[in-house]
Design a protein around this ligand. Structure first.
Ligand code: DLL
Length: 447
């Protein structure tokens, strides 16, 4: 891995938050996983969705004799979650919930994920582990520039930082000038946000005539969207920091599924709580180590909404070779793409079908559209070309402008993103034979 360009503390000195859990011998870890997997099968057999599938396959906890037997269990998909909307997958009584988050899906409705107090406690522990692995210390002041709300990034990281004992500034996403002001006034040493937002902060600081490297930030924990090694170098150079990658998804817990250690040769998976399989996305057969495949995650200890073999659609590689940091857990690579058409725009998950749904809500538009995503500077921009019906097409600029605004508002409502809308003449957008390709992603991210 490339050496950090920054002049920060020697990363080898970073401690391990939970030495017992993070460095336990593989045999012990796997025995723990097996015991937890069996318990999980028993627990989910009270959830009607899982009960039906397990009894159909004649599977009980006794059927699971080795970790390989996980292959006998059914998969869970986002579509299953939608069918169980809003909380059909609950494995505990509704009254014992402590919090509900949500994640965007292919329709305007979020899919909900529920947590008990025990789940929230676990979540903080898991975030604490990767934050400490990436240099967080109790004496640090950390600024969270993730959205707080249904999105798991803000609150998830917030409580992880508090667990370690850091001082947390819940700045939340947006208002970059204010972020910089807060950072300087309060001396934030740790920045928590998406990688693209880190670059925006650096750019804005430069626009304000500052040297971004003189900002107090020394460490960044970034995740929630794909990024590259080049982007890491750019961020590290621009802000003079060490930048660490962390991964997670709402359905499983949020951030905290995996994160980098000082060696930065992949993100350590928190295997005492998750089993991650890497499968060929079409055949769903296990792949040899190092081959890119779809990550399928089982959450072993989640109480409110445990997931059995959740198909993440995220494509990555798994590495089982020992890591220099002493942790014994397997690592996952950066994501190499997705096996569905989900886009992540400024950290928001967006499906092209959501744009289609927004268009259907506006009279006079057609379902013929084309989406172009670019990153002219550091932030994602979305342009949507929309065909309109001939009778609506008008010479009146004000009418056309009003229609654009209406469509843009609907896209914001359904997909949660701001898009520039261009109306185009009837039949000017390519018609597809077979699988339509309505998206051009020009951001140069891994595919
Ligand atoms: O993005 C959870 C999260 C928040 C992770 C903050 C890390 C930091 P969702 O909104 O459900 O949850 O989106 C999950 O985002 O399936 C990946 O496709 C993508 N993703 C998350 N982290 C990374 C990462 C949160 N480090 C989806 N690199 C996942 C690439 C990531 N993609």
């Amino acid at each position: 891995m490339p050496a950090s360009t920054s002049a920060n503390a020697d990363r080898r000195d970073y401690p391990i938050w939970n030495r017992v859990a993070e460095t336990q011998p593989r045999a012990e870890l796997e025995a723990l996983q097996l015991a937890r997997l069996r318990e999980l099968v028993t627990r989910v057999s009270h959830v009607p969705f899982y009960r039906d599938q397990l009894s159909h396959r004649d599977i009980t906890a006794q059927s699971i004799r080795s970790l390989e037997d996980i292959g006998k269990l059914p998969f869970t998909t986002k579509a299953d979650m939608r069918r169980q909307h809003p909380l059909g997958l609950l494995a505990v009584p509704r009254a014992s919930l402590s919090r509900i988050h949500g994640s965007s899906g292919t329709t305007g409705k979020p899919t909900f994920v529920a947590y008990t107090a025990g789940d929230l406690d676990l979540w903080s522990e898991l975030c604490a582990r990767f934050l400490v692995a990436g240099g967080l210390k109790p004496e640090h002041t950390a600024q969270v520039a993730f959205g707080y709300g249904l999105f798991t990034g803000g609150l998830g990281l917030h409580y992880g930082l508090e667990r370690v004992g850091a001082t947390v500034i819940p700045a939340a996403a947006g208002n970059t000038r204010r972020q910089i002001e807060i950072m300087r006034d309060l001396g934030s040493e740790v920045l928590i946000c998406t990688p693209s937002y880190a670059l925006t902060i650096a750019d804005t600081a430069r626009e304000l005539g500052m040297d971004a490297r003189t900002l107090p930030i020394r460490i960044g924990h970034f995740g929630g969207e794909p990024w590259t090694e080049d982007m890491r170098r750019e961020i590290e150079d621009a802000l003079d920091i060490d930048a660490f990658n962390n991964y997670g998804l709402s359905e499983i817990i949020g951030p905290g599924v995996s994160g980098e250690c000082p060696a930065r040769t992949g993100m350590h998976i928190q295997e005492d709580h998750f089993i991650v399989e890497c499968l060929e996305p079409e055949t769903l057969e296990p792949l040899p180590e190092g081959e890119p495949g779809e990550l399928v995650i089982t959450s072993l200890t989640r109480e409110a909404m445990p997931m059995v073999r959740y198909r993440t659609r995220d494509i990555a590689r798994l590495y089982r070779t020992p890591c220099a940091c002493g942790r014994t857990t397997i690592r996952m690579s950066r994501l190499a793409g997705r096996s569905d058409d989900m886009l992540i725009i400024r950290g928001v998950n967006v499906f092209p079908s959501q744009i289609e749904e927004a268009l259907l809500r506006v009279e006079g538009t057609t379902p013929h559209y084309f989406v172009e995503v670019s990153r002219p500077a550091t932030l994602d921009e979305v342009h949507v070309k929309v065909e309109i019906h001939p009778e609506i097409f008008s010479d009146r600029m004000d009418r056309m402008q009003a229609l654009c605004e209406r469509i843009s508002r609907e896209i914001q409502t359904v997909a949660g993103i701001r898009a520039h809308v261009d109306l185009v003449e009837p039949r000017s957008i390519e018609r597809f034979v077979g699988k339509a390709n309505r998206v051009l992603d020009k951001r140069g991210l891994p595919e």
